[in-house]
Design a protein around this ligand. Structure first.
Ligand SMILES: [Zn+2]
Length: 431
């Protein structure tokens, strides 16, 4: 293994003009394209980052290392809209992603995550007086959050997800919640609800304005219906260069300005926007705007000025991303190379999307021997792309790693305790 080898897939902002129909370079030296922004429709998204040949599904489980390494790949070529601040993978091919029962992405086995999840459900029940109401969730996964919302407020629920696994719904609200194993669409417009929730789903959808517009049409003009969406906060990803949060299924990257604007332009009145989950997520709450002129897409002057300022700040972060990315990837490659040279053993903790994105970005499949996960449904399977085997925390008792790399710093305390309980004291580094 060579420490100075940087695979071509790590190239960032190095696109030649011929590769993407580029006609000119933007003011900041970013390659301008004729690609139109899926958020606001403005043409001329500028390319600032690419990751070639990455797995097209990060949470899929494969039965053998061979199949895992042969898993289909696609390209990430991120374009930035200088008008609304939206970021998208300009080469995204939705048919390459798979949302099925083969996906195993719940974080519900983590006490930290479960506590945060329940806290969010309680807050929403309080804030929007969700008691005895009808809740609809788009992209509900296995229904964990919908069941919490229905438990906390004695609500009824309906959840839509093509990857829903039927036998997982448990808890006191299970008999009040119905699941539909399908993508949510306008054909379900007859299912009206008081509260429409969509967590960690919009970032998987490429035609964002089209999708938000579809939701707006499907829920109708009832001014009482509240919609609540949660997405990763791209400001944090850019600022901290959280490259483990950039992966194929996440084709859409929102900041407050682009998220607010796509909802406003789709006929919603915004009622709240916050960051959550230690700054990793961005949430928006909105209601149908039925006032005259609501759909002309023009925000009030103060709002327009605030969004413009945010887009300027984002532009600076986008322009700085390539250098930060190169620096962070180099740091991790050096770290893992040094570990291997010293005859030490490294594992990652967290075999889901972040783990796959992290290892794909480094291109060092053999530097990490195992990926630990507390989700028992993942044990014994292999991660797509890198082909690293997923093991239980218990496995480490015998294996005794020297370095544990945590894929999400929010779990540092929990993982530290788990390692201590296993009688282990490795070096712990969070990405
Ligand atoms: Zn835009």
């Amino acid at each position: 293994m060579s420490s100075d080898h940087v695979p071509s897939k790590l190239r960032s902002a190095e696109l030649g003009p011929s590769e993407h129909g580029t006609s000119e370079l933007g003011a900041a030296g970013l390659a301008a394209t004729d690609f139109a922004c899926p958020g606001c429709g403005t043409a001329g998204m500028r390319i600032f980052h690419e990751a070639r040949s990455v797995p097209t599904n990060n949470c899929i489980l494969l039965p053998t290392r061979q199949e895992a390494r042969a898993y289909p790949r696609g390209d990430i070529v991120l374009g930035f809209c200088g008008e609304c601040g939206f970021i998208t993978n300009t080469t995204f091919e939705p048919e390459k992603t798979e949302y099925s029962g083969r996906c195993e992405e719940t974080q519900g086995f983590s006490p930290t995550f479960s506590a945060l999840h329940r806290e969010l459900a309680r807050n929403l029940v309080e804030q929007y007086d969700l008691r005895g109401k009808k809740i609809l969730e788009i992209g509900c996964g296995n229904g964990e959050f919908l069941l919490l919302l229905c438990e906390e407020g004695a609500n009824h629920g309906i959840g839509y997800d093509p990857a829903y696994v039927p036998d997982r719904a448990t808890g006191s609200a299970a008999d009040r919640v119905k699941f539909v194993t399908d993508f949510y669409s306008e054909k379900y417009a007859s299912e009206q609800a008081d509260f429409v929730c969509c967590k960690m789903t919009l970032e998987h959808i490429h035609p964002t304005a089209e999708f938000v517009g579809m939701v707006r049409r499907a829920i109708g003009d009832s001014p009482q219906t509240t919609v609540f969406f949660q997405v990763p906060d791209t400001v944090r990803i850019l600022r901290d260069c959280a490259f483990e949060d950039v992966y194929y299924e996440h084709c859409s990257y929102f900041s407050p300005c682009s998220l607010g604007r796509v909802f406003r332009d789709s006929g919603f009145a915004l009622i709240g926007m916050e960051t959550a989950y230690d700054g990793q997520y961005l949430t928006i709450a909105a209601r149908p705007d039925t006032s005259a002129g609501a759909r002309d897409g023009s925000p009030d002057a103060d709002q327009a000025e605030a969004w413009k300022r945010e887009v300027r700040e984002l532009t600076e972060l986008v322009e700085a991303y390539a250098a930060k990315y190169a620096e962070r990837v180099a740091w991790w490659r050096d770290k893992l190379t040094a570990t291997t040279k010293a005859g030490q053993k490294a594992v990652i903790w967290g075999s889901g999307s972040k783990g796959v994105a992290f290892l794909s970005s480094l291109g060092m499949e053999d530097a990490v021997s195992y990926a630990v996960d507390i989700n028992p449904h993942r044990h014994g399977s292999f991660m797509p792309g890198c082909g690293v085997e997923i093991v239980s925390p218990e496995f480490l008792r015998e294996y005794r790693p020297d370095l544990v790399i945590i894929m999400n710093a929010i779990y540092r305390q929990e993982i530290g305790n788990d390692l201590q309980n296993l009688g282990l004291d490795p070096e712990i580094v969070a990405v």
